[in-house]
Design a protein around this ligand. Structure first.
Ligand SMILES: NC(=O)c1ccc[n+]([C@@H]2O[C@H](COP(=O)([O-])OP(=O)(O)OC[C@H]3O[C@@H](n4cnc5c(N)ncnc54)[C@H](OP(=O)(O)O)[C@@H]3O)[C@@H](O)[C@H]2O)c1
Length: 313
């Protein structure tokens, strides 16, 4: 099969479009014929070897944790999926990923794709939506009527978080730069703070119940936002942590999250997509051959960059 792989850690130049073996399927696994994959900052961090001490990869390695496609083969003990099912998944990041014509996954990580968007677009959803779901609801315990601040609201995770928070009935404030304002307004955001010209502490006129931090700002910057939380409120950060001692003094909570794969949540998200509450924000499409172009733009993209593997499925 055709795949993009790297044989050593390094910059985007280590990505090679080449032949690779079609993976074997174990009893509790499925083989997916890939329609599309999507780029995540974590794919670039793994490629650089930034996580190799804790998350060592078997090289050569096929990147990309998000995938959509059609089930081609199922293992002997798989009962919930069938050959021909249209599926999407957040793949195990330590195994070969979705930047290939075929990928194998544990069946337990795979869910049926939303029916009312095209299968390619579904690849832009899994890890971003699951991070957003877990950050807002599992860690932040966001409730209807509450106020939430989402930083980096226009990114792959943020654009999902804005929609999920609106679906929940929250009042949603996001930080973004001007290039993203219209996209966020289309998603129904209530207020935008321009991170290039305004500070959260000065711009917020009323405190918030939940902060979901997706911005690359330092711990010192993130810690300042503890002051804009209501008592008992929660700051969830997907990046740098806030000061826990200050959080205790202010009687607020702070959590540093790490997203977990969860196909049940993914199935719930597919329902929300089908009901029209959530849609992927795709700002660019590239063929698999040009995956490196997405890796080169890490940190500068908006929404999701979709990577098309097979434009016929
Ligand atoms: N801990 C976890 O489990 C976990 C899971 C998923 C992701 N993450 C991390 O969370 C971060 C967000 O992920 P992502 O996929 O959404 O990334 P992304 O798509 O690369 O985010 C890009 C967005 O970041 C925004 N941005 C850049 N600098 C900013 C700043 N100073 N303040 C506010 N926004 C800023 C940009 O906004 P504009 O377009 O408006 O300029 C852009 O839209 C990444 O660092 C990722 O590695 C962590």
């Amino acid at each position: 099969m055709k795949a993009v792989r790297y044989h050593q850690y390094g910059g985007p130049e280590v990505l090679r479009y080449e032949e690779a073996p079609i993976p074997e399927v174990k009893s509790d696994e499925v083989l997916i014929k890939v329609s599309a994959t999507a780029f995540n900052p974590a794919d670039a961090m793994l490629r650089m070897g930034a996580l190799k001490e804790v998350l060592p990869l078997a090289l050569p390695f096929i990147p990309n944790v998000d995938v959509s496609g059609v089930i081609e083969k199922i293992g002997g003990s798989v009962t919930e999926l069938r050959v021909g099912d249209r599926v999407f998944a957040f793949l195990d990041m330590l195994r070969n990923g979705g930047a290939a014509e075929y990928v194998v996954s544990k069946a337990a990580d795979v869910a049926l794709a939303p029916a009312n968007i095209d299968l390619q677009a579904a690849a832009a959803i899994p890890s971003g939506a699951m991070t957003a779901w877990q950050g807002l609801f599992d860690h932040g315990h966001l409730q209807s009527g509450q106020r939430v601040l989402i930083t980096a609201a226009a990114g792959g995770v943020g654009s999902m978080a804005v929609q999920l928070a609106k679906w929940k009935g929250a009042y949603v404030i996001g930080t973004a730069s001007e290039r993203s304002f219209s996209t966020l307004q289309e998603l129904g955001i209530d207020e935008i703070i321009d991170y290039n010209h305004e500070s959260v502490e000065e711009k917020l006129t009323e405190k918030v119940d939940v902060i979901f931090n997706l911005s690359p700002l330092s711990s010192d910057e993130v810690t300042k936002w503890l002051h804009v939380l209501k008592q008992g409120g929660t700051l969830v950060t997907a990046l740098h942590p806030a000061d826990e001692d200050l959080a205790k003094k202010l009687t607020v909570n702070t959590v540093r999250m790490a997203v977990q794969r969860n196909a049940r949540q993914l199935a719930q998200i597919a329902e929300l997509v089908d009901e029209g509450h959530v849609k992927p924000v795709i700002t660019e499409k590239l063929p698999l051959l040009h995956l490196a172009a997405a890796h080169e733009k890490v940190g500068q993209t908006r929404g999701k960059v979709l990577v098309i593997v097979d434009d016929k499925i």
